[in-house]
Design a protein around this ligand. Structure first.
Ligand code: MV4
Length: 507
C-alpha cells in the first residue's frame, strides 16, 4: 500500500531550518502539514532541544556560541548538502538578514526561503532603504539619506529644530540610536552613536532624522511572489517595547480600528516601497505614526517576524506555507481583494527573565510547566518540562497569542490564558503581562513608543509570587527584624521595577 500522495509535489521534498527554538518548531509544523521532510540544525547546548526532537532529521553544526554554529554559513550549507535539503528556511535573527548567506545558498543550488540577496543588502542599509522608499513615493521622516558629519548635523538641527535622532546606517532595532535635544550635545552624541554602531555593525556611519515623540510603531506585512505580484496583509501594532525588544504585539492596531482608512493607505505605501526594492517573499515595512496620524516609513525587515502569528490569526493565512510556495516559484494564491481581517489577536513574548529584577535573563531548568489551552489560544513554544533553557541564546521561551472577536475579548482571553500558564524552575516575565493587560491606558488602546516608560512610572510592581514572599519571610525571621513577610519581597522588587522604567527609552 502506498501512502496518500500529497498535493504539493512541486514545492520541496526536504527543507533545512537554519534556526532554533520556537521559530524552528513553527517552521517544522508547517513542513509536516505540507508533507515536506525537515532537517534541524543544532549546537552543543541544543542537543536535546525541542526543534531537534520534532524534526525528521538533525545535523550538529558546532559549539554553543552562535558564531561557531548558527552563524556558520559553511557548516549550515554543508549540513543541507549532506542531508539533501533543497531549500533553507532562515527563521528570524541569526543568518535571516545576511545577504551573503542568501547568495551562498543560491550559489550552492539551494533555495533561500526569503527575498533576493540584493533586496536584503539594500534594506540592510537604512539610508538606501530611505532612498528606495522616497523613490517609490512612500512618506519618510524628514532626514538625511546618507552618512553625516557634525557640520551636516548642525545644519540639519538648525533647519529642522530639536530633538533629532541619530541612527546607524547599518543599524536597525534601535542599536546606535541617540536622541539629541540641543546643538551643544551634538558632537558627543555623534561620537557615542558612531562608536556603538562601529562595535555592533563594524560600520560607524550615522544618519539623522527628526525625532517623532510618542509615535506609534505600526508595521505592515507584505508578501510578494517572483512573478511581480505583491499584497499587504495589514498592520501589526508593536508600540509596546522595552529596550527595543517588542513585548506585546497586536493585530489590528487599535488606531486603525478607529481610523480604518489608515490600513489601505499604509498598505499601499508598504507595497510601493517593497515593489520599488524588487522585493519578493514575506517582508515587513515599519512605520512610525505621529500624533496627527501622519505615517512615515522607518525601515523594512526582510524576514519572517517574531510577531507574525497575530497576522495569521486575523487573516487565517499560514505565512510559512506561503513563503515556501513563493520560494518554490509559485504564484500568490490570492489577490489583495481576497485578504480579509477578522477579529483581534494579541501576542505576549514570554521570556526567561526576572520581572522582579530589571528583566535580567534567568535561564535554567524548567521543573514544572503547565500551559494554557482552550478557545482562541495559540502557543508557539520551543521548550518542554525538564529541559534546561541554555544561557547562550535569546531567552524567548514561547509566544502566547490569543484570538477573539474584539480587542476587549482578546484581552480577557489573554488574561485567562496567562492565569493557566505556570512555569517553575526559572523566572519569567509572565507577571508583567498581567499588569500591562490590566492597565487602563492599554485597555483604552492608548499605545505609543513611550508606553512602557510611562507604565513603569504609574504602576506599582506586581505582587511577588508566594515563594518569594516565603523566602522574604524566612530572611526577615532569621534577621529577627519583625518585617511583615507580605511587604518584604514586593518592596524590594519595587525599586528594581522603577529603575527599569527610568533607564528605558527616547520618550
Ligand atoms: C524613530 C523613532 C522616532 N523618531 N525614528 C526604533 C527602532 C527602529 N526600528 C526605529 N525606531 C524608532 N525610530 C524617529 N525619527 C522612534 C523609534 C522607536 C522607538 C524609540 C524609542 C523607544 C521605543 C521605540 C519603539 C519603536 C520605535
Amino acid at each position: 500500500m502506498s501512502a496518500t500522495p500529497r498535493y504539493n509535489l512541486s514545492v520541496f521534498r526536504k527543507v533545512l531550518i537554519a534556526n532554533r527554538g520556537e521559530i524552528a518548531v513553527r517552521v517544522i509544523r508547517t513542513l509536516r502539514e505540507m508533507g515536506i521532510a525537515s532537517v534541524a540544525v543544532y549546537s552543543d547546548p541544543d542537543r536535546a532541544s525541542l526543534h531537534v526532537r520534532m524534526a525528521d532529521e538533525a545535523a550538529h553544526v558546532g559549539a554553543g556560541p552562535s558564531g561557531e554554529s548558527y552563524l556558520r554559513i559553511d557548516r549550515i550549507l554543508d549540513a543541507a548538502k549532506r542531508h539533501g535539503a533543497e531549500a533553507i528556511h532562515p527563521g528570524y535573527g541569526f543568518l535571516s538578514e545576511n545577504a551573503e548567506f542568501a547568495a551562498a545558498c543560491e550559489e550552492a543550488g539551494i533555495t533561500f526561503i526569503g527575498p533576493s540577496a540584493e533586496s536584503i543588502r539594500m534594506m540592510g542599509s537604512k539610508t538606501a532603504a530611505r532612498r528606495t522608499a522616497i523613490a517609490a513615493g512612500a512618506p519618510v521622516v524628514p532626514g538625511i539619506d546618507h552618512g553625516v558629519n557634525v557640520e551636516e548635523l548642525r545644519e540639519f538641527g538648525a533647519k529642522h529644530g530639536y530633538p533629532i535622532l541619530l541612527k546607524a546606517v547599518a543599524g536597525g532595532g534601535g542599536k546606535g540610536m541617540r536622541r539629541v535635544d540641543r546643538e551643544a550635545d551634538l558632537e558627543a552624541a555623534l561620537r557615542d552613536a558612531s562608536s556603538e554602531a562601529e562595535r555592533a555593525f563594524r560600520n560607524g556611519e550615522i544618519y539623522v532624522e527628526k525625532l517623532i515623540e510618542r509615535g506609534r510603531h505600526i508595521e505592515i506585512q507584505v508578501l510578494g511572489d517572483r512573478h511581480g505580484s505583491m499584497v499587504h496583509l495589514g498592520e501589526r501594532e508593536c508600540s509596546i517595547q522595552r529596550r527595543h525588544q517588542k513585548v506585546i504585539e497586536e493585530c489590528p492596531s487599535p488606531l486603525v480600528v478607529e481610523h480604518p482608512e489608515m490600513r489601505a493607505a499604509m498598505g499601499a505605501a508598504a507595497v510601493q516601497a517593497a515593489v520599488g526594492a524588487g522585493y519578493y517573499n514575506a517582508g515587513t515595512v515599519e512605520f512610525l505614526v505621529d500624533q496627527g496620524r501622519n505615517f512615515y516609513f522607518l525601515e523594512m525587515n526582510t524576514r519572517l517576524q517574531v510577531e507574525h502569528p497575530v497576522t495569521e490569526l486575523v487573516t487565517g493565512l499560514d505565512l510559512v506555507r506561503l513563503q515556501l510556495e513563493i520560494a518554490a516559484g509559485g504564484r500568490l494564491p490570492f489577490t489583495q481583494r481576497d485578504v480579509a481581517w477578522r477579529g483581534s489577536a494579541i501576542e505576549c513574548r514570554v521570556y526567561a527573565e526576572d520581572a522582579y529584577n530589571n528583566f535580567l535573563p534567568y535561564p535554567g531548568k524548567i521543573t514544572r510547566l503547565n500551559r494554557p489551552f482552550g478557545p482562541g489560544v495559540r502557543l508557539d513554544a520551543g521548550v518542554y518540562p525538564g529541559w534546561t533553557v541554555p544561557m547562550e541564546y535569546d531567552p524567548l521561551l514561547a509566544k502566547l497569542a490569543v484570538w477573539a472577536g474584539t480587542r476587549e475579548e482578546a484581552t480577557e482571553r489573554m488574561l485567562r490564558a496567562l492565569g493557566e500558564y505556570d512555569v517553575a524552575g526559572i523566572r519569567t516575565n509572565l507577571p508583567f503581562f498581567r499588569q500591562i493587560l490590566e492597565d487602563p491606558e492599554f485597555r483604552a488602546g492608548h499605545l505609543h513608543t513611550g508606553f512602557i516608560d510611562e507604565f513603569f512610572r504609574r504602576t506599582p510592581p506586581p505582587e511577588a509570587p508566594a515563594e518569594l514572599a516565603e523566602i522574604a519571610a524566612l530572611v526577615a525571621a532569621l534577621h529577627g527584624n519583625g518585617r511583615k513577610p507580605e511587604t518584604a519581597a514586593p518592596a524590594q522588587a519595587g525599586s528594581k521595577w522603577l529603575q527599569t522604567g527610568r533607564s528605558d527609552s527616547l520618550r
